[in-house]
Design a protein around this ligand. Sequence first.
Ligand SMILES: [Fe+2]
Length: 393
Amino acid sequence: MPFYRSVGQIPDKRHTQFRREDGGLYSEELMGQEGFSSDSSLLYHRFRPTAISSSTEHRPEKAEPVANHPLKPRHFRTHKLDGAGDAIFGRHHLLSNADCRISYALADQPSPLYRNAIGDECIYVESGEAHVETSFGAIDVAQGDYLIMPMSTIYRVVPTGSEMLRTLVVESTGHITPPKRYLSVRGQFLEHSPYCERDLRSPAEPLLVDGEDVDVYVQHRGRGSATLWTKFTYAHHPFDVVGWDGCLYPWVFSIHDFEPITGRIHQPPPAHQVFQGPNFVICNFVPRKVDYHPDAIPVPYNHHNVDSDEVMFYCGGNYEARRGSGIEQGSISLHPSGFTHGPQPGAPERSIGADYFDELAVMVDTFRPLELCEPALDVEDTDYAWTWNRDPA
Ligand SMILES: [Fe+2]
C-alpha cells in the first residue's frame, strides 16, 4: 500500500544499531518491490531471517491446464468441489494464464507456513472466518473481505468459527494494487474513489512465535512460466519480527465497504473496479440502486470485450442478468474473448423499472486467454453455453 505505517518497536533511525535486551543486534530486513525503487518495509527480526538449515524439493500434485477449445462460455459450480483441506494446499486451480491463476479453496484446518515468491495474492472470503498470521502480525478476515498479500510474505491461514472457510484466490505474477486512477500522484485515495484509507485494515501489533527448525513452503519461479515449490527449514520461527515500518504490508478491504457508483443509465464495469494487477483487473458488483433514467434498462447490454476473458464469481444475492442460466451461489462464469455475451433471455425486459439490485459478485478480467484446469472441468455445467438460445425464463 502506498501509505506509511509503523507497528511495534523500531529504532529512531534506519540502518542503525537496534539491540535486544540481551545486548545483541536485531536483524534488519528490507522487503521491497522493484529492486530498491518502489514500496518497501523494514522489518526487525529477533533472529537472522537468512538462517535456513535445509532446502528440499516439494512437488504438489498438479495437472496441466488445457485451452478453452472449442471456444465456449463456461459455468463452473465451485460448491460441487469437495476435498476440504487447508487454505493453501487445498486450492483447487480453476483457470490460469501467464499472468494469474484463479483458484477456489475450502479450508477447515490450519495451513502450513507459506510464501508465494511469484507475485501478490488477492484472497476473497466467500464465507467463514480466519485468523491470518504473517511476519507483519496477524489479521482476522471474514465473509466479504479481500486480503491482499504482498509477494514473498510468509503467512499461514487458520480457519476460525464453525463455518467452512471458502475463498476465491487470484495469484498474480506481479503486484495487486488499487487502480492507479483512484490515487493521487503521491498515493492518496482521491475523492472519486469508491473506497479509501479508512476502509482498510492491516496488522496492528507484532506477532512473535517461538520455535526452531520450522518449515516454510515456497512457491517460486521456474523456467519460463513454470512454477516450482521448495520447502525451506528455518533455524528459527519466521514470526520473530518485533517491529516494522514502511508502505509494504498485507491489508484487507471488505467488499461491503465499496461505495457503488451509479447513474441515470447503465454504468460499465470500470465503475466497479476494485484492484488492478499485471494484465488483469478485479471489479465487484455490490447491492446498489440502479439506473434512474425513465427509460433505462438496468441490466447490461450485450457486449464483447475483444481484449479480455471475463470471469465472474457469484457470491451473494441474486445476479439479475443471469436468472434462468443455472448460475447459483458459488458459481463462476467464464465469458471468453471471441464470444459476445450478455444478459440471459428475458432479463432486459424484466429489469425495466427496477430501482435496486441485490447482487454480490467478484469479476476478474484478464487480458490474455485463460486456460482450464481439471478441477474446473470436473464441476462444469456443460449446458451453460446454450442458455442464451432459450426462451425467457
Ligand atoms: Fe460482461
